[in-house]
Design a protein around this ligand. Structure first.
Ligand SMILES: *Cc1c(COP(=O)(O)O)cnc(C)c1O
Length: 350
C-alpha cells in the first residue's frame, strides 16, 4: 500500500504556515506602484525581488518535458537543494531512514547526515546493476525515501528500467530518481511516467548537458502535492533573477547549442575510451551513458598523484565500494583529453 504524501510529510511541515512575502497578498489585481517590500526603486530590474515561484521559467521548462506541467516543477539552487528539501520535508531526524544504492552520488549521504537521518546503502552487483528486491529488503516502516541514480555516478551506467519500475511500484514511500545525466543517454526520462507514479520524484539539472554548473539551477519533477510541500519550506527567493533570466534565454535560444554539445561530447567520449583501452595503465573501462567514464587502473592512487603533479585533475574513486583502483574521467575538449592521454602514455610505475 502506498503512503499518501500527507502521511509521509513530517508533522511540523504539515502544520507549517509558510512565510508570506509582500507580493503574495495582492494577487490577481493589476498593480503599478510597489511600495510594499522595502526595495530601492532604482537599478531596474534587479532592484525587485524575483518571482518566488519562477512562473515564466517553469512554463518554458514544462514545454520541453512531455507529461510535466508547471505545477509538477520545483526549481532550486542546484539539485542539491531539492535533495536537502526532501529530507527536511519528509524525514523525522533520528526516527526515519532512507535507502540508497551504493556506489552513487555522495550528496544523498551528506544530506542525510546533515539532517540526522539514518542512511542505508545497498550494494549494486559487480556490473553496477540494480536488483529491486534486494534494495527494498533494506527498507522498513520508517523508510521515507529511496534514492536511485540513472545514469549512475560514478560509473555512468543506466539502471535497468524494469527494476526501477519495480521499486516505484512496490515502495510505499517516495522514490527519488536522479537523472542528472539523462540528456547524454538514449534512455527515456521517467518524467514521462510521472502522471501515473504519484510517489516518484525525478531530479534533473542545468549543471551537466546544459553546461551551466556555474549558475546553480536544479529541477525536481513530481506530483503537485510534493511540489507544493517543497514550495512551503523552501527559501522564498531561492532562485535569483539573473539565473531565471539566463535559463529562459538558454531554453528559448540555445537548445540547439546544447544538443550540439551533447553530440560532440558523446563522439569524443568514444574516441577517448578507445584510446584509454589501449593504455598499459588501464585494466578495465566500464560502460557509460554519461559524459564521464570509470576506468580501473593498475594503481589508481599513484596515477592520480602523478596526474595532479602534471596539473591534470580526474576523480580518484578508489575508496568507493566496487570501485577499487578506479579513476572517474570527465570527457573534456579534445585538447584537454589529449593532454590526459599523453600524460598517461608517459606514466612509468615507480
Ligand atoms: C552532478 C550531479 C548532480 C548535479 O547537482 P547540481 O547541484 O544540480 O549541480 C546531481 N546528481 C548527480 C548524480 C550528479 O552527478
Amino acid at each position: 500500500m502506498k503512503k499518501t504524501i500527507e502521511e509521509l510529510t513530517r508533522a511540523n511541515v504539515r502544520a507549517l504556515v509558510p512565510y508570506s512575502c509582500a507580493r503574495d497578498e495582492y494577487k490577481g489585481k493589476a498593480a503599478t506602484v510597489f511600495l510594499d517590500a522595502n526595495e530601492n526603486p532604482y537599478n531596474a530590474p534587479y532592484d525587485r525581488y524575483p518571482d518566488p515561484l519562477q512562473t515564466e521559467l517553469k512554463a518554458a521548462i514544462a514545454q520541453t518535458k512531455q507529461g510535466v506541467g508547471p505545477e509538477n516543477i520545483f526549481l532550486g539552487n542546484g539539485s542539491d537543494e531539492a535533495i536537502d528539501l526532501l529530507f527536511r520535508a519528509f524525514c523525522e531526524p533520528r526516527q526515519d531512514n532512507v535507502v540508497a544504492i551504493e556506489p552513487t552520488y555522495g550528496m544523498y549521504r551528506v544530506a542525510a547526515e546533515i539532517n540526522d537521518v539514518e542512511y542505508r546503502s545497498v550494494l549494486l552487483d559487480e556490473g553496477f546493476r540494480l536488483n529491486a528486491s534486494r534494495l527494498l529488503a533494506a527498507a522498513d516502516g520508517r523508510t521515507k525515501l529511496v534514492f536511485l541514480c540513472s545514469p549512475n555516478n560514478p560509473n555512468g551506467n543506466s539502471l535497468d528500467r524494469g527494476e526501477i519500475m519495480q521499486v516505484i511500484d512496490r515502495f510505499p514511500g517516495l522514490v527519488v530518481l536522479d537523472e542528472a545525466y539523462i540528456d547524454f543517454s538514449a534512455q527515456e526520462s521517467f518524467t514521462k511516467v510521472l502522471a501515473g507514479c504519484p510517489n516518484l520524484v525525478v531530479l534533473q539539472t542545468f549543471s551537466k548537458a546544459w553546461a551551466s554548473a556555474g549558475v546553480r539551477l536544479g529541477m525536481a519533477f513530481a506530483s503537485a502535492e510534493v511540489i507544493g510541500t517543497f514550495n512551503k519550506i523552501k527559501y522564498p527567493y531561492n532562485v535569483n533573477r539573473l539565473t531565471q533570466e539566463y535559463a529562459l534565454e538558454l531554453l528559448r535560444r540555445r537548445q540547439d547549442d546544447v544538443k550540439g554539445w551533447v553530440e560532440i561530447l558523446l563522439r569524443e567520449r568514444g574516441r577517448v575510451m578507445d584510446l584509454f583501452a589501449k593504455l598499459p595503465v588501464v585494466r578495465e573501462i566500464y560502460p557509460t551513458d554519461a559524459n564521464f567514464f570509470l576506468a580501473k587502473m593498475t594503481d589508481a592512487a599513484a596515477i592520480y598523484r602523478y596526474l595532479v603533479e602534471a596539473g591534470i585533475i580526474v576523480r580518484n574513486r578508489s575508496g568507493v565500494a566496487l570501485c577499487a583502483d578506479c579513476l572517474r574521467v570527465t570527457v573534456g575538449t579534445p585538447e584537454e583529453d589529449d593532454i590526459l592521454l599523453e600524460a598517461l602514455r608517459n606514466y612509468t610505475e615507480r
